[in-house]
Write a protein of this length. Structure first.
Length: 325
């Protein structure tokens, strides 16, 4: 099977098309890895033209016998729009859902080895509040809700939050022994299968200084029992680590992954260290789904200020990992 990756173009009112264009200009760097775009052909054509990008585009309805290096292939998804960077929420919501449905069909038929989705405006897409993010949305679609988790990957250090896009006041009631164990096992298995090594994992406490391990603390009631359970399963896990020093010591202690209890506990220090040099991997699914680690960039649309490095990292990731399912 050829290494072919599908890239969902994502939020129409965003920097996504500019990042795709900048990445396509570097296509020779990806060697034997091939990719195509899942999105609306006319929308992307107009967006590229408005930014001064003039390269060969081709509308497709299948990927068999396509020349992936000659043309930027766009697997067309219907979309109703008038202005290319001002698509209404009413239309783009269904457009993004249809894009994911198409990608999942291609994955099920083994036409592609994995999926990359460009940034999505979560406020619009998840307005129904059924899901807190794409990670949970895809897990629900595949009937695997519970073991899925967000892994922000960098070759030096990766991080993962047990809870994702929820309010800080809701974190404590949304962590459990079972949830920590399931998500940590998914991460451990991911590294063992995709990278062929057993990761060293650090688990952070929830409270400042781990609340000094008071009897009624989340550390004592939830996190420590979860760590003990994982050790019985022969996972190389350590903690709970005090959150204020975890990122100071990761190199010294040789951690491959740090797992936190909430989103900004691990994402904020991680981004301070690595900036755009990271990708977002959904772990715990039967296929590889990754996305660039940046938002829709509303304030810099058409200003040529977008950085394509994270999307480039996503494609390079597929070159080096075990992609067999």
């Amino acid at each position: 099977m050829k290494k072919i990756v599908g890239i969902i173009s994502g939020e129409p009112n965003s920097i996504n098309s500019e990042i795709i264009a900048k990445t396509w200009k570097r296509k020779e760097k990806f060697g034997q890895l091939n990719f195509f775009i899942i999105g609306n052909f006319n929308l992307l054509k107009k967006q590229f033209k408005s930014m001064g990008y003039n390269f060969n585009l081709k509308k497709i309805d299948g990927i068999k016998n396509q020349n992936f290096k000659k043309n930027l292939l766009i697997y067309d998804v219907p979309l109703n729009f008038k202005k290319p960077f001002m698509v209404s929420t009413k239309y783009k919501k269904q457009y993004i859902k249809e894009s994911f449905k198409l990608a999942l069909r291609l994955l099920e038929r083994k036409k592609i080895i994995g999926l990359i989705n460009c940034a999505i405006n979560k406020k619009d897409f998840f307005s129904e509040k059924n899901f807190s993010g794409i990670t949970e949305f895809l897990a629900k679609k595949k009937g695997m809700l519970g073991s899925e988790c967000m892994l922000i990957y960098n070759k030096a250090l990766s991080v993962s939050p047990i809870t994702t896009h929820i309010k800080l006041k809701s974190v404590s009631k949304n962590i459990s022994i079972k949830k920590i164990v399931l998500k940590t096992l998914s991460i451990n298995n991911f590294f063992k299968y995709r990278f062929r090594f057993k990761p060293k994992i650090g688990i952070l406490g929830l409270n400042p200084h781990n609340d000094e391990f008071r009897m009624d603390s989340e550390e004592k009631k939830i996190i420590i029992p979860a760590i003990n359970s994982l050790r019985k399963k022969r996972v190389s896990v350590h903690g709970p680590i005090s959150p204020d020093t975890a990122f100071l010591e990761y190199k010294k202690k040789g951690f491959d992954v740090l797992i936190g209890m909430y989103h900004d506990q691990v994402l904020s220090p991680f981004k301070a260290l690595f900036k755009f040099d990271a990708i977002n991997v959904t772990v715990g699914l039967p296929f590889l789904r990754i996305s660039p680690d940046h938002g829709v960039g509303l304030e810099i649309i058409k200003k040529n200020k977008s950085n394509p490095q994270s999307l480039i990292n996503c494609l390079n990731f597929f070159k080096k990992v075990n992609v067999k399912t």
